[in-house]
Design a binder for this molecule. Structure first.
Ligand SMILES: [Fe+2]
Length: 147
């Protein structure tokens, strides 16, 4: 059974973001499998994949928040940065030979759940308005040029 299963209460209602969050949950499950395998190379690779994915997900969110002129953008970006630097500390500890995987998985799960449920849901409306405007523009564009 998976370490962590997606729950529909995590949905924020923006499809791309929800899919990326689901992918992160999937990565945490991969980290769990790597942890069980006790193979340090697999753990190292999974740690690096999960970090890369989270960094790109955060920058995707930040681009949308910036474009939507979300008033708490800087606050949210700071939370992302603190999170990435915490994960970085775990990676350093791992490279120094400490067995941090179990603790990291637990922290990732708690942190991400809280972040999605509170911080990400807080920008939802603002970003949804931006996406609606964008879709309208695309719709008009297509109508005009497809004649
Ligand atoms: Fe976020």
């Amino acid at each position: 059974m998976a370490y962590w299963s997606w729950d529909s209460s995590y949905d924020i209602g923006i499809e791309d973001i929800d899919n990326q969050h689901k992918k992160i949950v999937q990565y945490i499950n991969e980290l769990h499998e790597a942890f069980i395998s006790k193979d340090k190379n697999i753990v190292r690779n999974t740690l690096s994949d999960i970090t890369d994915y989270i960094v790109s997900h955060f920058s995707f969110e930040e681009d949308l928040m910036r474009e939507a002129e979300y008033p708490y953008f800087m606050h949210h970006k700071n939370i992302h940065e603190t999170f990435i630097s915490n994960v970085g500390k775990y990676k350093i500890a791992f490279n120094e030979g400490q067995d941090i995987t179990g603790q990291l998985m637990a922290e990732l799960q708690i942190w991400l759940t809280q972040h999605i449920m509170h911080d990400d849901k807080a920008y939802k409306e603002c970003v949804q308005n931006l996406l609606k405007k964008k879709n309208k523009k695309t719709g008009l564009f297509e109508k005009f040029f497809k004649k």
